[in-house]
Structure formats: structure tokens, C-alpha cells
Design a protein around this ligand. Sequence first.
Ligand code: 5AD
Length: 352
Amino acid sequence: MDELLAKLHQTNSLTKDEIVELLGSLTPEGRKELFRLADQTRQRHYGKAVFMRGLIEFSNMCKQDCLYCGLRRSNAGVDRYRLTEDEILECVEEGYELGYRSFVLQSGEDFRYTEELLTEIIRRIKARYPEVAITLSIGERSERFYRTLFEAGADRYLLRHETASRSLYESLHPGMSYDNRIDCLYTLKRIGYQVGAGFMVGLPGQTAEHLAEDLLFLHELQPEMIGIGPFIPHSATPLAKAEGGTVDHTLVMIALARLFVPGAMLPATTAMGTLDPVGREKALKAGANVVMPILSPLAVREKYALYENKICTGDEASHCRHCIEMRIVASGYRIEMGRGDHCGFRTDSCLA
Ligand code: 5AD
């Protein structure tokens, strides 16, 4: 185990068999050493900075039917909403006044937000606040669509691959294609976006081999951002009775992702904070360096339930900002409110 960790630290890679062996042989001391190496690697690239992104969940409509997700189209129990262009701009304005310079616009796969409408939204944000970074997280679209929005000023795109095992992917995403998902990620890269991939931990049927494939896929894609969170079963989905992922297991995957893709922007996800009151702090100490507080209007927060009991749904944006700041500082890190680009794009945030 120690040799595998040393090899990973030096080369930022392992074979699939080695990853499986490492996952199967990790002792409590091994975990500690893994987290130490991950934290050291993150600090080499970004120091003690924790990058803040304001998350705006602008629509919970979704045409997809992913088995794990509370927003799947078959869930008739969701109170569906869409924010207007003006409402989205008001969220950005509120966030900007709180100091945010990086915004994530996220929704279900809702094609009512057309290329034209999203172009207009991005143009308006950039016209008013030219220095902010805009990240989109709105699912699979055409290359033309991705290109138009990039030209309109979108900087980054999050599209988790969810799982790099074709069979597991296809069993969880009826009507969707694994190849298309992967093609979208490479297309986004080619266009010039900073791209985010990522996966859930603890999906039903997921094995150490599957998780090894996730890490190898990340290593091949070299995304600028990596979102990893525990799967949390939602009671109104076909996976209601599944076991779900644990914080401990997810921490190991976060630390390994940091070592496989050392320069990545890696969030301590809301799902971690939902399963454990200090889950996000633990993630920061295991190699994560981004936090994404929710800026959506209070009236819609609870409606954006990918899973249940999500934290922060009742908090004002200003409250979130201060709560998270306190947590970050108490963990020994420093808040960074700038755009927070990946090292390879702009060097402002970069040490290495
Ligand atoms: N538990 C945890 N994460 C989930 N996501 C969707 N549903 C769940 C769930 N039940 C994740 C997916 C998606 C991201 C926005 O949220 O990975 O890409």
C-alpha cells in the first residue's frame, strides 16, 4: 500500500489493478497518509486558497429520467419552477454585492432555455460584470449550442460523467448514451471551455473496479474541474431503498482524484455537507479546494432537490457566505473570492 501511494504521488497515475489493490488495502494510517499527500499536492498548486462559486439553480425541469435523481421527469411530486432572465440577473447581482466573481448557472436538462435565451443571459451578465467567470451546468446539448454560448462569454462547463463504466452508466440513465456523454466532454474541451467531469460514490452495483475506471477516465480527460459526491438515495426514485455512499469512502475518492489530476479545481460538495455536518471541511482537508454556496432565491431552494435534506435550503445568501467563510478559516484555509481559474487558463490563482 505504501509503495502504491508513493508511486501515485510521484507519477500521478496507477494501473487499474493497482487502484483496486490500493482501495482494498487502505488502513487507517494509509488513509491519513493519502489525505496528507492530497492536501500537500493541492497546496503546491493553489496554496491554502478555497475558491468560492455562487450556485444559481435556475430551473428544476428535466427531460431526463436518471434513476438516482429527485428531479427526474417521472417524479410527479416535484414542484417545478423556472427563473426568468431578470430573476437570474438579480441572483448574480446579489452574489456580486456579496463579493462573488464566479457564478455557476445550473438546471435540469430544460430545453425551454434555448441557445438564444441563454446567449442573452450570458451577454447581459458579462456586459454588466465583465470580470466575472460564468460556468454552465445544464446537461447535454449540441456542439453548435456549446460553441455559441462559449462565444457569448461562458467560461466553463460542468458535466459530470457520473460513472465511467458503460454498463453502470446505461443501467442508471434510461434513453441516454454513454458515448454521447463522453463526446460532449471532449467537445467542450476542444471548444476551449474549462471543463468539469466527475462521479458519484456509492451507486448501487458500483465496485472498486468501477471507481478505478472513474479515476483513469479523469486522468485521460484531464478536466479542469472534478465534482465528486456521495450518492444519496431519494425516496421518490427507483433507488429509494439503495444504500447510498458514505462520507469516508467519498473522501478517499476525492484525495485520489487530487493525486490523479493534481491541478484540478475540486469542490467540497453540498452532498458531503448533507451527510456530515463537517463533511465539506473534511473534503477540504482531503484535497478539495472549491466551495459552491447556493445563491438561488429562497423561495425555490427546496424545490431543487436532487436528493433530500439538502443543507442550506433555508439560508439567505449572505448567511451562507459567512457560515462557509467561518468553516473554511476554522479548517486552516483562506477564502478566495476571485474568478478562480484553473492554473492552465489564467495564472492569477496559481502557485505551481
Ligand atoms: N445523490 C447525490 N448526487 C446526486 N446527483 C444527482 N442526484 C443525486 C443524488 N441522489 C448529482 C449528479 C449530478 C449532480 C448535479 O448532482 O452527479 O451530475
